[in-house]
Design a protein. Structure first.
Length: 243
């Protein structure tokens, strides 16, 4: 079984207790990974992780502290993997529920040849969208397939990252300028091979409705226009590189 960590702020004791109960229920071992609180980092540490200049080039508005801390937590998890002897690492956020088949899928991913950088364990695709947006399925575990995305979904609540994937991400995303869920979709920038599991083996828990990232300012007309342009550009670039 691959090692499993879940990212959790020290102050989020309710989420921590619920995640611990999830692993007791499923009989799996997991390690809590202390999330980064952005305001507790020094100015030098913040500059290592996040760049205002890159943000202006890549995203339609500045990131809030919660988004920055979230991304920094994942970056630290990827470094943890590279500092370990493990071939891959399961990374979960603390607002998920483990679905039936989770353990079997993780075990299968660890037993197969790792020829991927990341495998997402959750998706917002419904069954009809899946027909259009998934391709090249491969049998993984009974009832589950490993699939390629035509358009990578944005959710990052749970995934498995390989050593090769962690190395690519750390080499190309320090410092970052986008939220992590957006950044991972730009796979052509670092040749990141992002795949998925169908059907998903984790789901968002009710606690996800109250984000630990914090409130974001509403978009202005100018921000909305920049967002629209970037989404359109992403669609074109994604299709171009897939072709």
């Amino acid at each position: 079984m691959l090692p499993i960590v879940y990212i959790n702020l020290d102050s989020d004791s309710e989420r921590r207790q619920r995640m611990q109960a999830e692993f007791v229920r499923t009989g799996l071992a997991a390690e809590r990974f202390a999330a980064t609180r952005w305001t507790e980092l020094s100015a030098e540490q913040q500059a290592r992780y996040y760049s205002d200049a890159i943000n202006v080039r890549q995203f339609h508005k500045p990131l809030v502290n919660g988004e920055k801390g979230c991304y920094a937590s994942h970056l630290r998890a990827w470094q943890w993997l590279l500092d370990s002897p493990h071939a891959a690492l399961v990374v979960l956020e603390d607002d998920v529920r483990l679905e039936p088949g989770f353990a079997a899928v993780i075990q299968a991913l660890g037993a197969q040849t790792i020829d991927w950088d990341m495998v997402k364990l959750i998706s917002h695709l419904n069954r009809q969208e899946g027909v259009r947006k998934l391709h090249r399925p491969q049998d993984l575990a009974p009832g589950f397939q490993r699939v390629h995305y035509k358009r990578i979904p944005s959710l990052t609540a749970g995934y498995v990252v390989s050593r090769a994937g962690a190395a690519k991400l750390l080499a190309s995303r320090l410092p970052f300028g986008r939220p992590i869920d957006v950044d991972l979709r730009y796979w052509w920038e670092n040749e990141l091979d992002v795949q998925g599991v169908e059907p998903a083996v984790i789901a968002l828990d009710d606690t996800s409705q109250q984000s630990s990232v914090g409130a974001k300012a509403p978009d202005s007309l100018a921000t909305t226009w920049r967002k629209f342009r970037r989404k359109a550009a992403y669609t074109v670039l994604n299709r171009w590189h897939r072709a």
